[in-house]
Design a protein around this ligand. Structure first.
Ligand SMILES: Cc1cc2nc3c(=O)[nH]c(=O)nc-3n(C[C@H](O)[C@H](O)[C@H](O)COP(=O)(O)OP(=O)(O)OC[C@H]3O[C@@H](n4cnc5c(N)ncnc54)[C@H](O)[C@@H]3O)c2cc1C
Length: 394
């Protein structure tokens, strides 16, 4: 089918299946079995999943759309054209799904992919522990072989969305008597079992996006070991590359872009003022806004070039850290700058003296303290770039 007739097919399919409730600004469309979801949005989520368009470029055999890059571009353009909100921003499609495609057995793929593709199963990431963050390989959560299952004891921390998760992918220690990277395994486990307890942690921005997760004789099925026993480090690192690919703006993405609708230039003109010719009045602010806009545009073009040059369609290797580092820094600094431009109006928490946009800016400022930390801190990304991309000595 030619691209133009494909575009027609996409347009008409979206007109039929994407309800008004899934278009324009609004809450992310829930995934998983715990968060309540409106019937119309559930129908949209399932229609998209059944069509294979929640993961457009994945192979059809595992529920994907089997689309070429060009066809996927058409789909993404059409989703954006109707301002559709996508139901799949979760860790299923962006992290564990691609990892299973590369490391899972046929049986594992067939068992787990339908829930991921339809969004019926929400996933969380059990990596970090109180004593293992940047030095992740020091993790101590132990998994002991008990025949058909591993018995898991220990604790994870900062588990995003654990309170809404149905399943977890986790790194666990299966051999404590070998060098630390060599005794780690990658397992999947059901969160709805008596041995798993979670405790939400409240963040400075007010919400509780993550949790402490405790394992007390929790179980993971042996056939949910991904890759080989004690070789989980390689699987875990690859998953992080998929995670960073999304964070660095190279994921499949789609639909409505997140983030504020107004540009920094709009904000500067409004709060700092304009001169007689309509330019931002203060030259220093004008230069900063211009530099920021240029850096943002250059980064977008670099993302586009990287996507076009990636003929394999596979997630980039260690070089993805460059995108994660730059994208996270730009996001954090953009939120800082936005609140600075608003002056004291950009530091409100609540109350009638503040417009919604100002309160949103404060919350975005607080939330973006995290972007240079999760998925590996900026320092960790720099270490990877130095050692693994540039080949500099330790
Ligand atoms: C919002 C949010 C969501 C998260 N979600 C998840 C999740 O879902 N699942 C999960 O497993 N984890 C999650 N994390 C945890 C995240 O991966 C860790 O916070 C991160 O890896 C850093 O680890 P740490 O907090 O232990 O800090 P530490 O490792 O203690 O680091 C403290 C500081 O020391 C610096 N540092 C450490 N080692 C080095 C080094 N070798 N060289 C230079 N500097 C260094 C770090 O850059 C940092 O500035 C989340 C974190 C946040 C903020």
């Amino acid at each position: 089918m030619g691209l133009e007739s494909f575009r027609e097919e996409v347009r008409s399919w979206l007109q039929t299946h994407c309800p008004a409730a899934a278009r324009g600004p609004g809450e992310a469309i829930p995934i998983g079995s715990i968060r309540p979801i409106d019937a119309e949005l559930l129908a949209w989520r399932h229609a998209l999943g059944n069509k294979g368009w929640s993961v457009p470029t994945w192979p059809r055999a595992y529920g994907g759309g089997g689309l070429s890059r060009a066809e996927n571009q058409v789909l993404q353009d059409e989703l954006r054209a109707i301002d559709a909100r996508m139901p799949m921003p979760g860790m299923g499609t962006s992290m564990i799904g691609p990892t299973l495609l590369e490391y899972g057995t046929e049986e594992q793929k067939l068992r787990h992919m339908p829930g991921i593709v339809l969004g019926d199963v929400a996933w969380c990431q059990g990596y970090s522990e109180p004593g293992a963050g940047s030095d992740l390989a020091s993790l101590r959560t132990q998994a002991v072989d008990k025949g058909d299952v591993f018995e898991i004891n220990g604790q994870k921390i900062w588990t995003s969305g654990a309170q809404f998760a149905d399943w977890m992918f986790a790194l666990v220690r299966t051999d404590p008597n070998v060098p630390k990277h060599e005794g780690i395994s990658f397992v999947l486990l059901d969160m709805h079992q008596p041995g798993v307890a979670i405790k939400p942690i409240r963040l400075i921005a007010g919400s509780s996006p993550f949790c402490e997760t405790f394992f007390d004789n929790a179980q993971a099925r042996k056939d949910d070991l991904i890759g080989q026993l004690n070789r989980g480090w390689a699987v875990g690192k690859r998953l992080l590359q998929h995670e960073r690919s999304g964070q660095g703006g190279l994921g499949e993405g789609g639909g409505r872009p997140l983030g504020p609708a107004t540009t920094l230039a709009d904000v500067a003109q409004r709060y700092v003022g304009v001169d007689a010719s309509g330019r931002i009045a203060d030259p220093e602010t004008r230069e900063r806004v211009t530099r920021f806009a240029m850096n943002t545009r250059s980064f977008k073009l670099t993302q586009q070039r990287a996507r076009e040059e990636n003929t394999s369609g596979k997630t980039m290797g260690e070089a993805i850290s460059i995108f994660k580092l730059y994208g996270a820094t730009l996001t954090r600094d953009g939120a800082d700058f936005r609140t600075q431009l608003m002056g004291s109006q950009g530091h409100g928490w609540e109350g009638e003296g503040f417009a919604t946009e100002e309160l949103d800016a404060t919350r975005a400022y607080l939330q973006t303290r995290a972007v240079t930390i999760y998925g590996g801190t900026n320092e960790v990304q720099r270490n990877i770039i130095a050692k693994r991309v540039l080949g500099l000595p330790d």
